[in-house]
Design a protein around this ligand. Structure first.
Ligand code: FES
Ligand code: FES
Length: 236
């Protein structure tokens, strides 16, 4: 039988091999090291975590059942000093992520989980562009530490759509053109969802009061008000 032929090395692998021999740091090693805050676990099928070693290429991922204390401990031991392995539930999926204690929830959502629908405006709890739902409560994710959100259910704008169908508030914003540039829109929508989950038929004044922290530089406020009233009728 003919000997098995080794697969051709990718250019990056060759570069890595050469640089390792020379004691240099390759681009891949740098990126992996810089991404310590990266996702190291993404829930695949229900109840299964795909753990990705934070210092290994993604293709070396191992799949384990959750919870997996042994695997989590093994992974945690490989973390860069100062980082912590935390579990977050976002949009109904479980993630294990290596974070530094000062990382905000907004940073982790956008940078590490790739949920870029969450917007950063002021990054200082003044505009509400970064609003997400935490256990059903609208919160400024720029002002929450990710390590303090363990065990809570986090919903971002990406998590509102169900089975390819927009949430009634999303549909109402679309139908009423309740935006111009759209930068504030994810936060506005999640703020409105929290409001309509609490008050079924809010008055205009109740909507204005509930949404008062949501800044819109484009001043789309009249259309936002109309959209929330339309969504209230749909959800009643
Ligand atoms: S970006 Fe969070 S409140 Fe402005
Ligand atoms: S639509 Fe532009 S900031 Fe609100």
């Amino acid at each position: 039988m003919a000997d098995e032929i080794a697969p051709e090395q990718e250019p990056e692998e060759k570069e890595e091999e050469r640089a390792t021999t020379n004691g240099q740091v390759t681009r891949r090693q740098f990126l992996v090291g810089a991404g310590v805050g990266a996702v190291i676990g993404i829930a695949g099928t229900a109840g299964v975590l795909t753990l990705v070693h934070p210092t290994a290429p993604v293709e070396q991922a191992q799949t384990v059942a959750t919870p997996s204390t042994t695997s989590a401990t093994a992974t945690a031991s490989a973390l860069v000093e100062g980082t912590k392995l935390i579990a977050l539930n976002v949009n109904g999926r479980d993630y294990e992520i290596a974070v530094e204690p000062q990382y905000t929830l907004a940073e982790v959502l956008k940078r590490d989980l790739g949920l870029t629908g969450t917007k950063l405006g002021c990054n200082g709890s003044m505009c509400s562009a970064c609003t997400v739902l935490v256990d059903g409560v609208a919160q400024n994710s720029c002002s929450l530490l990710a390590i303090r959100e363990v065990g809570k259910k986090i919903i971002t704008i990406e998590g509102l759509e169900q089975n390819g169908k927009l949430h009634p508030v999303q549909a109402a914003f679309w139908d009423n053109a309740a935006y111009q540039c759209g930068f504030c829109t994810p936060g506005q929508i999640l703020g409105a969802v929290e409001l309509l989950n609490k008050i079924k038929n809010p008055t205009d004044d109740q909507i204005r009061a509930a949404m008062s922290g949501h800044m819109c530089k484009c001043s789309a406020y009249p259309n936002i008000l109309a959209a929330i009233q339309a969504a209230a009728k749909q959800m009643a």
